[in-house]
Structure formats: C-alpha cells, structure tokens
Design a protein around this ligand. Structure first.
Ligand SMILES: Cc1cc2nc3c(=O)[nH]c(=O)nc-3n(C[C@H](O)[C@H](O)[C@H](O)COP(=O)(O)O)c2cc1C
Length: 193
C-alpha cells in the first residue's frame, strides 16, 4: 500500500478544501492506506524562515520542527497537497512550509554547477480551489503560471513527479450538486494512486 502524506493548508473546517480533505481521507481509509495528515494551521506551523534558521539552512543543522516534517516527507511515497488559491498562489503558511522544510541537502543539493532533486520517486498530487472562474483566470495565463511555479519550480526541481494538479474553480459560487461532482472527482483520483 502506498505510504501517503496529506499536507493540508486551510484555516476553516467549513471550507471546500476541508471537504476535499475528508473525501481523500475516506478513500485512504477504505483502501487501508498508511497515511498521515499534516494540518498546517492546526499545527500552528511557523512558516517564516528567519535568520537563525536561514543560516542553518546552509549548514544542515535543522530545528526540531523541520526535522520532524522532513521525516514525514522522507517516509511518504505519495504527497497530497490541499489548499485554496490566495493571490494566485498557495497560502503563505504552505509557502513557508516549502521555504523551511524543503532545505538544501534534503530536497535538493548542488552538484558542481547543477542542482539535483533529492525527492526522486515521490509522487505529488495537488487539489487547489479557486474563487475565480476557469474562464477568468485561465485566459489570463494565471493557471498556467500556477502549474509552472508549483509543478515545475518546486516539485520537478526537487525530483518529484506531479501526477495530479486539479483545480476546482469558482467553488464559493457553485451549487451543492456541482460540489458533489467535484468531490467525486477527488475520490476517483485517490482510488487509483
Ligand atoms: C487572501 C485571499 C486571496 C485570494 N486570492 C484569490 C486569487 O488570487 N484567485 C482566486 O481565484 N481566488 C482567490 N481567493 C478566493 C479563494 O481562492 C476561494 O474563496 C477559495 O478557493 C474557496 O475554497 P475554500 O472554500 O476551500 O476556501 C482568495 C481568497 C483569500 C481569502
């Protein structure tokens, strides 16, 4: 059974992201997958890379909270990220998680003049909600920009393969039926990871 890690970044349990998280967990339980969830707001994850930590970043000395997160990532084969779009990107708490946890020496390293991804073999899955409609953001290239910065700039850079990056558009404005269809899509994707 694939070892699966959920990285969840939403402050509100009544959000659509929370419903996505519950759908993912339901399938993982049904299929008896080994999984952990890191709920960044519930953990009150400290997302700012301050100077002390920044200096450690280049010396491979890690604070305890970061070492713990790296253990979860090192263990996982599939990593499922669930978050809303905030300012055409991920929420700051998740960006800060990447800043602090995906360190030089853990997520990538420099070999001569090149970088090498150290998370090779791991599979990434992203479920990202938006307020805007697909028509509104896709035509302004904001969706392709988000695919590139996340899937290429973070995941591929660190050696991971993105198997899923699913946007759910306009979620505050769609009806219950449309939401159920979306949650069905989430379950179908997780069934076959
Ligand atoms: C701080 C903030 C910034 C936002 N920026 C965007 C944005 O850039 N593009 C967008 O489509 N929606 C934006 N939204 C709307 C959210 O993406 C939307 O409400 C959310 O995806 C709905 O899903 P949820 O119920 O899981 O929160 C923003 C919302 C907040 C609170």
């Amino acid at each position: 059974m694939p070892k699966t890690l959920i990285i969840y970044a939403h402050p509100n349990e009544r959000s659509f992201c929370a419903a996505i998280k519950e759908s993912v967990i339901q399938v993982l339980r049904e299929r008896k997958y080994d999984f952990y969830i890191r709920d960044l707001y519930a953990l009150q994850f400290q997302p700012v890379l301050y100077e002390d930590n920044y200096l450690q970043f280049y010396q491979n000395k890690l604070p305890e909270d970061i070492a713990a997160e790296q253990e979860y990532l090192a263990w996982a084969e599939h990593i499922i990220f669930i978050y809303p779009t905030w300012w055409n990107s991920m929420p700051a708490i998740l960006k800060g998680y990447i800043d602090r946890v995906f360190t030089n020496g853990f997520a990538f390293r420099f070999v001569n003049d090149k970088t090498e991804g150290l998370l090779e073999g791991k599979k990434a899955h992203v479920f990202q909600t938006t307020g805007h409609s697909q028509e509104f953001i896709a035509t302004k290239q904001l969706v392709s920009a988000m695919y590139d910065t996340t899937d290429l700039g973070i995941f591929r850079f660190t050696g991971m393969e993105t198997l899923t990056h699913k946007f759910f558009y306009s979620v505050p404005y769609v009806d219950k039926k449309a939401r159920e269809i979306m949650l069905g899509e989430v379950k179908d994707i997780i069934q076959i990871i």
